[in-house]
Design a protein around this ligand. Sequence first.
Ligand code: GUN
Ligand code: ZN
Length: 435
Amino acid sequence: MTHTLLRGRLLTFLRAPQELGDTGSYLYESDGGLLIKDGLIVACGAYDKVSAKAPADVVAVDHRPHLIMPGFIDTHVHFPQMQVIASYAANLLEWLNTYTFPEECRFVESAHAARIATHFYDELVRHGTTTAVAYCSVHKASADAFFAEALRRKMRMVGGKVMMDRNAPQGLLDTPQMGYDETRQIIAEWHGKGRCHVAITPRFAITSTPAQMEATQALAREFPDLHIQTHLSENHDEIKFTCELYPEAIDYTDVYARYGLLGDRTLFGHCIHLSDREADAMSETGSVAVHCPTSNLFLGSGLFPLKALARREKSVRIGVATDIGGGSSYSMLRTMDEAYKIQQLLGERLNPLESYYHMTLGNARSLSLDDRIGTLDVGSDADIVVLNAAATPAMALKMEVVKTLPEELFLLQTMGDDRAIVETYVSGVAAKSTI
Ligand code: GUN
Ligand code: ZN
C-alpha cells in the first residue's frame, strides 16, 4: 500500500497538562509531517525530517495552516437515540419513558438499525470523532448493525447490546438468560473482528433485576478483558429508585460493586452525585467516571465535579462524552465547551489544554487503549482530525487577534463544531470528504 504524508501543525499530548503554561505535557510542531502506511502512523515530527523518509510515490496532502491532532474519542453515546435528540422532557426518567424507550423499540428491525448505523458513523466522522463507546438497543440486530458498519468503515469502535429485563416496555426487555446468551453471541461474532470491541452493557440498575446483574457478573468473570459500561448517579429520582430496588446496597455504587462490576475496564456514565465513599470505591477499583456535559445540562441532571474528583487524594479516572441523545451535540468541541461552563459554575477552571487532552489521550487512557489511539505516536492507528480555527466568518475575525496555541484551542472549543473539522482520517484514509 502507498504511503500518505500529511503536512500541517501537529499537536499531540504526552501526559495530562497541569496548568496553561505546561508546555511539557504536549508535543507541538509548527511545520509538522505525519507519515502513514497501512493505517498506522510510521513517522511524526518536523516536516523536513519526516518527508525525507517518504518514498517517491507518496500521496502528499498539505493541510497548512490547519492543526492536525489525534481523532476525537467519545466514551459514552447511544447509537439508537439519533432521533431522540431534542426531546422536551422535565427530567431523566420522564425522558426515558416518554421518548427514549419507545424509540429504541424500533431497533428490533434490522433494516432500521442498519439505516441509523449509516447516519451514526457519518455524524461521528463529520464531527472528527474516530472512536466511540456506544450503547446499542436491547436487540441483537442493533449490535449487529453497529459492528457491521464499524467493520465496513475500518473504525475502532466499542459497543454492546444493552441488557434490560424490567421497568421498560415489553418490546425492550430481554431476560437474564437471553441477555447473557446474546451478549456471548455478539462477543463471538464481533469482538476482535477488524477494530471492533464488545462491551458488556447492563443499561442501569433500574432496568436489571438482581438475576440479570448476576448474569452480568458471570459475563464479566468469563471475559475479564472486555469493557463494561453502565449508568451511575445521574439524577436524584434515579438514585432513590435504585436504592429502593436494591435495599441491601449501602448506596448506588455499591449495587454494582456487589455484582463485581467495578474495575479498571468499567465506564460509569454521569457519576454526578457520588458521595465520598462512592468516589473512594471508584478510585480504589480504577473505575472510570464519564462526564456527559451537554446531556447533564439538557436533562437538568446536575453539575459534574470534574476538577474535584480529579484532584482528590483518591482521584477518580475521568472520561468525557456526548451521551447522544440525552446529549445535544455530536461534537466533542461543543461537549468540552459545556464542560468548561459547568466547571465555571462550580468555581473551577478547566483550561483548554486539559480539554483537548481529555478528548484525545485522556479518553484513550480511560479506555486503556492509549497504545492504539489518542496520540500521534509512531505505531498508533492513523485516526486523525484536521481542525480549522477560522472555519466561520466570526471565528476568522476572532482568529485575527489570537496569538497563542491555547488561545486558538479555546476559540475552537468555544465557537467550533463540525464546520471546524476540515478532514477526519480513519485508518489513514480521508473519511469526512468522502461521506
Ligand atoms: N440511564 C439509563 N439509560 C439512559 C440513557 O439512555 N440515557 C441517559 N442519559 N441515562 C440513562
Ligand atoms: Zn447514557
